[in-house]
Write a protein that binds this ligand. Structure first.
Ligand SMILES: N[C@@H](CCC(=O)N[C@@H](CS)C(=O)NCC(=O)O)C(=O)O
Length: 217
């Protein structure tokens, strides 16, 4: 099985899909779409992804978008190793944790939101940095409260990493981008260490991508 992913080195949503594919051992080729240069609006990319965002997974000529939908699709077509628990309550909990990042914390720091803040409301670089930091901290604080309540080990729901861990790991990368000290979030910090000790997470990190390595400066 081989797949194509339209992604971007810095994209947290692309990171999530990369990790899921690697955990499952599915071969894929990543096609870079530079969202900082606006390539999501060019070259007919809207034909691939009507929302004009990354990632998009292409499998057997079908385009699938939204990172959580992509991860669920991968779990449906190749159930092992499992990314979403079978038990209904655990399944709901895994999705809830995932959605804290996918639906709430992460969308607020995307380029389109920050560009709109600048264009429509005159937010300068400092205001935008503070906005992005605020929503990233909110997400991390929510995760810390959740992880504290359940004290899981070694991963968010137990023995193996699942969609929840993948999504939390994405927010940990956001924390690294904004130089947020994880000492304030000890459970999140421990989870970060466990996740990034795994090759699927470590090799999916934005700084391990060819686009980052080729970046001038
Ligand atoms: N909820 C979507 C988020 C997709 C998304 O916003 N992707 C960002 C990169 S992480 C993007 O392409 N942004 C382009 C833009 O903001 O213009 C998912 O999880 O796939």
């Amino acid at each position: 099985m081989s797949m194509r992913v339209y992604g971007f080195w810095r994209s947290l949503a692309s990171f999530r899909v990369r990790v899921a594919l690697k955990i499952k051992g599915i071969h894929f080729v990543e096609i870079p779409i530079d969202i900082l240069r606006g390539e999501q609006f060019e070259h007919g990319y809207a034909e691939v992804n009507a929302e004009r965002v990354v990632p998009t997974l292409v499998h057997e000529d079908r385009s699938i978008f939204q990172s959580l939908a992509i991860m669920e699709y991968l779990d449906d077509i190749q159930p092992a190793p499992q990314l979403i628990p079978r038990d209904a309550r655990e399944r709901a909990y895994a999705r809830s944790l995932a959605l804290v990042a996918v639906a709430d914390a992460h969308p607020l720091i995307t380029p389109r939101v920050c560009n709109h803040l600048a264009k429509a409301f005159g937010a300068d670089a400092q205001a935008i940095e503070s906005w992005r930091m605020h929503w990233t901290l909110e997400g991390l604080a929510t995760y810390e409260r959740l992880l504290t309540r359940r004290s899981p080990a070694p991963f968010a729901l137990g023995e193996e990493p699942c969609v929840a861990d993948i999504c939390i790991a994405g927010q940990i990368i956001a924390a690294q981008f904004f130089k947020i000290d994880l000492a304030e979030f000890p459970y999140v910090g421990q989870l970060a260490e466990r996740c990034f000790a795994l090759p699927a997470f470590a090799t999916s990190h934005p700084h391990e991508q060819p686009g980052y390595k080729a970046k001038p400066g």
